[in-house]
Design a protein around this ligand. Structure first.
Ligand code: F6R
Length: 269
């Protein structure tokens, strides 16, 4: 795992955009996995800016979103499809037919997961997956105790996630308690992973993900098994890491010495 710690969320967004841009420029037909939530908004704003300034184009990019609520239509204001359209897809030059979000209104939600996995496979697999992490260590909607070998499927949300996400729903509005989510295996199969986190409320989850034991109780800890994961966090999210100084030292060593002797995309793990 490469752990990069930033002084603020703008520098974190900028570095994560650099990594996504470099992926797309190297492979213009990249398959990118995307997340919703507040965490990637800075990244998406930066990608929109770069696209509008003409330095980056998404015309051949394909995307697969991590998850979608079950029981609300795609055009619902709180659907993850709407979130992606409003916060990224409508503002860049991507072909909408190349953007996939699981269908939360499928007649049989149990059939969505296997079909979604097949679509990912047919697209050639995910080259780069963008992730956030929940305060309880979830990734996508892989809640604590999710199988670390899981694939896309229906999951029941924990009370913690329902409470965390209730800010997006009106007090008396229907709030879904089920979601379709890529599984942990789906995520681990991505060739490269960028996990972003900021704020003190993520500090414990970030600690458990990076330094805690590998455990389904903190699904994000499964990223310890992945060979090309970069964790981009701010100082607040890094505040519970016991080896924080070491991660910064590793970064300096890479810059000063190691990168000279390795391919430019080499990452210490
Ligand atoms: C979103 C998702 C979730 C979020 C996580 C953090 O597609 O899959 O796992 O990444 O809940 O949410 P925020 O970024 O709102 O703190």
């Amino acid at each position: 795992m490469e752990v990069l710690i930033f002084k603020d969320s703008q520098s974190l967004a900028s570095k994560s955009a650099d990594l996504v841009e470099s992926q797309i420029k190297t492979y213009p037909d990249s398959v990118i996995g995307l997340a919703t939530g507040s965490t990637p908004l800075g990244l998406y704003q930066e990608l929109i800016r770069r696209c509008n300034e003409g330095g980056l184009n998404f015309t051949n990019v394909k995307t697969f979103n991590l998850d979608e609520y079950v029981g609300i239509p795609a055009d619902h204001p709180q659907s993850y499809r709407t979130f992606m359209d409003e916060n990224l897809f409508n503002k860049i030059d991507i072909d909408k037919s190349n953007t996939q979000v699981p269908d939360g209104m499928a007649e049989n939600p149990l059939e969505v997961g296997p079909a979604y996995e097949k679509m990912i496979e047919e697209a050639g697999g995910i080259d780069l997956q963008v992730l956030g992490v929940g305060t309880d260590g979830h990734i996508g909607f892989n809640e604590p105790t999710s199988s670390l070998g899981s694939i896309t499927r229906v999951k029941t949300l924990t009370q913690q996630t329902i409470t965390d996400n209730s800010r997006f729903f009106e007090p008396n509005e229907f709030q879904p308690k089920l979601a379709i989510t890529m599984g942990m295996k789906t995520n681990l199969d991505a060739r490269r992973i960028l996990l972003l986190a900021h704020g003190e409320n993520k500090a414990k989850a970030v600690h458990d993900m990076i330094e805690g034991p590998l455990s389904a109780f903190c699904p994000a800890s499964a990223l310890q098994l992945h060979q090309r994961t970069t964790i981009l966090i701010d100082e607040a999210a890094a505040s519970e890491l016991s080896l924080k100084d070491y991660y910064k030292f590793v970064g300096e060593m890479q810059d000063d010495l190691v990168r000279k002797h390795r391919p430019s995309d080499w990452i210490e793990r």
